[in-house]
Design a protein around this ligand. Sequence first.
Ligand SMILES: *Cc1c(COP(=O)(O)O)cnc(C)c1O
Length: 486
Amino acid sequence: MNNKLYGKLIFELSKPGRRGYSLPVADELNRYQLPTEMRRAEDANLPECDEMTVVRHYTNHSANNFGVNNGFYPLGSCTMKYNPVIDEETAALPCLAGLHPMQPVETCQGALRIYDETQRMLSSLTGMSAFTLNPFAGAHGELTGLMIIRAWHERRGDTKRVKVIVPDSAHGTNPASAAVCGLEVVEVKSTPEGTVDVENLRGLLDDTVAAMMMTNPNTLGLFEKEIPEIAQLVHDCGGLMYYDGANLNPMLGVCRPGDMGFDVMHVNLHKTFATPHGGGGPGSGPVGVRKGLEDLLPTPRVVKQDDGSYTVNCEEGISVGEFFGNFAVIVRAYTYLLSLGKENVKMVGPLATLNANYIKESLKDVYELPIEGLCKHEFVFDGLKDKQTGVTTMDVAKRLLDYGYHAPTIYFPLLFHESLMIEPTESESIDTIDGFIETMRIIAEEAARDPELVKGAPHNTPIGRVDDVLAAKNPVLTYKKLIENG
Ligand SMILES: *Cc1c(COP(=O)(O)O)cnc(C)c1O
C-alpha cells in the first residue's frame, strides 16, 4: 500500500484537538472523585485522532498480520492449526468471560465443572491418572512437572537426585525448565537416525538422575521406538520419565504416554487443543501425573464431591499461580474436545501424519531429506537438494512469503545446517497442501534458474529483508516520540 498514513504509529497520526466523540460529562462521574494524591498531575499523553483514522489505522495493521485464518501456516514444532470459531464463541460467553476468580464457589459451579471435565478428558486421552490446568504455558508446565518430580524424590528422602537427562534434539525450554528448577542438565545424544541413542543413555544413568525428559514424536517428527527400553532403564536407576507433550497432535487417539511408561507430562492447549497462539500468549500447559503422584499436583485444585458439586482445595503444596490458570484457553480446549467428540478426536493424529508424509514424499526429490522413512506430524528438510545455487533455507522461507505462505520453522532443530521444518496439521485440505507443494517446487526451480530472485526475497511484503543480526544486537525497544523530536 502506497498510502503516506500507512505504517505510521497512532501517535504520529495525532493532531491536537482531533476527536472521535465528545460525550457529555455525566453527573455520576463527579460524585466519585478520586482522592487528589491518586490523580495525575498532568493529562496523559494520548493520541488525538478522529474515529475514521483510528479505524483505518488498526484495520490496516490487522490486515498486515498473517495468521491461520488468512493462509497456510506450516510452522513445525509449534502446531499452528485451525481454531474453530465455536471455541471462540464459548470462551466469550458473558457467563464465562465475566467470572471473577475470587467469587464464591457456589456461584461458579459450571466453571469448576469445565475444569474437572477437561482434566478428565486429558487424563483419558493421555493415560495419566490426574491433571492440573494451572500452568500458563508449556514451559511453565515443564517447570511444574519437574517440581512434582523433585518433591516426589524428596518425599522418599532421596535428596541426591539433581540431574535431568535431556536429548540433544529437545526443545530449548526443556533444559531451561530443568535449570530454573535448580536441576543439572545432562545431554543425551541422538543416533544418526535421529532418535535417542540408548547406548549413550546407559552411560549417563546413576542414582543422581531425577528424571529424563522426552518428546515423542521428537522434534524431527520421529517416533521414539525405544521408549519401553528407555523407560525401563530410567526407572531401574530410580529416575522418573517426563513426557513433553507440547505437540500431542499426532498421538491423539492413537497412543498414550501413560501407557508407554511416562510418569509426568504436560500438554500445550495452545498447540494441540485449538487455542490461537503466537505472539506470546495466552497459553496453557496442563500437567498430568500417573497413579501415586496425584497428591503432588499443585494447588488450588478442583475437587468433585460425592453429591456431584465442586469445591476447591487450597491446601499447602506446590503452587505455580494464584488461581486456576488461563480459564478462557481451557474453555476453548473443552469446547474443541466436545465438538470433535470421542470418534473424531481419533482422526486428528492419523490425518496430521498423513498430511506431513504426503508433503515430504512429494518434495524430497528437490529438497534434501536427511532422514528417510515414515514421519509423524512433521518432518525436516535440510535445505534445497541442489546446494550449488547458494540459495539457503532462509531464502526459501522468505520467498514463500511472496507467495502468501507463512514460512516453516527454519534452522531448528540444530541437528542440520539448513533445517526447514514443516508441519501441515490435520486441518488442511488436499487443495491447500497441493498448492503449497507446487509453490515449493516453483521456488526450487527459481533457485536453479535465477538464484538472485530468491536470495532477494521477499519482494511483495511491506517490509523487505530485515537485518536479523542488527535487530538482535541493537534492539530498539522503546518508542521515541518522533513528532516531538521533529
Ligand atoms: C512449544 C513447545 C514447548 C514450550 O511451550 P510454550 O507454551 O511455548 O512454553 C515445549 N516443548 C515443545 C516440544 C514445544 O514444541
